[in-house]
Write a protein that binds this ligand. Structure first.
Ligand SMILES: [Zn+2]
Length: 277
């Protein structure tokens, strides 16, 4: 008869189990299966980034990122039909960008760039809000002068066009030329998400304030293209004042921030291998 009780693992297994569990927590999520045109576009961008060797498959940095992304996802998920998934990528400038389908890409250096957890959470809440608002899809429709259903039809024609659109989208997302209104709207929704997730939504304001006097070469893409940061701060502050029941409990003073720490040795990074073509 089989013993159904769980027995303690043998001593020799302990380091093995520990290793397996560390590998599990430090790895990139699996992308969402393709179910509609948003996930299809998201998948095409994922494939392009993977083929460029940018997606980090495993890194201790995932452990620092995970608590923040889990808390944000718990709140944001009810506003979007596909699961949010956060991937670390390696690119020259600290940045974060969201694609249709729920994938959010976080450049590894952003985790070293932010001064506190609230700044990181604010950035990620902002990106998730672009997805909820379908800003990338709207932007693409505008850029390519084609309607949403035509994008869907175009993708059915074959992977080449979807791939071409993905490349174009990566270019768009990196240059981040959303209008000030679109950015402010993502800031506001992002602040609601951050507040509900328990992160002080002043984090994004602190990030803007810090950069107003900083060297523009050093700025993350998500902010450097927007000289109108002042008006984005004003819009956020107005939103906080208009909704005291949500926001008055948060301390506007950045001295109250929670330090964000990355693992001491985060150099053991593995990249996803490009697909076999
Ligand atoms: Zn944005």
């Amino acid at each position: 008869m089989r013993n159904l009780q769980f027995s303690k693992p043998a001593a020799w297994m302990t380091p093995l189990l520990l290793m397996v569990s560390i590998l599990c927590v430090a790895q990139a999520p699996l992308p969402e299966p393709v179910t509609d045109q948003e996930t299809e576009l998201g998948r095409a961008v994922y494939n392009e980034l993977r083929d460029k060797g940018e997606i980090i498959e495993s890194s201790p940095l995932y452990e620092s990122l995970r608590p923040v992304t889990e808390a944000i996802s718990r709140v944001a998920q009810s506003h979007y039909p596909h699961p949010f998934k956060f991937f670390l990528v390696h690119e020259p400038h600290p940045n974060a960008f969201a694609t249709p389908g729920g994938n959010v890409y976080v450049v590894d250096s952003l985790l070293y760039f932010v001064k506190n957890t609230e700044q990181l959470a604010g950035t990620l809440c902002h990106e998730v809000s672009h997805t909820i608002h379908r800003d990338a899809v709207a932007r693409m429709e505008q850029d390519h002068k084609i309607k949403r259903r035509e994008i869907g039809a175009a993708i059915l024609l074959g992977p080449t066009l979807a791939q071409a659109m993905a490349i174009s989208m990566i270019g768009d997302l990196n240059s981040l030329a959303y209008s000030r209104e679109v950015e402010s709207s993502a800031d506001v929704t992002g602040s609601d998400i951050c507040a509900a997730a328990g992160y002080n939504p002043w984090g994004l304001v602190w990030l803007f304030q810090e950069f107003q006097n900083a060297d523009s070469e050093q700025l993350p893409q998500l902010l450097s293209d927007h000289p109108a940061n002042g008006s984005r701060i004003q819009t956020l502050e107005q939103h906080f004042r208009d909704n005291p029941s949500v926001f008055s409990k948060f301390n506007p003073d950045s001295k109250s921030a929670t330090p964000f720490s990355v693992p001491k040795d985060a150099s053991s990074v593995q990249f996803l291998r490009p697909r076999d073509r």
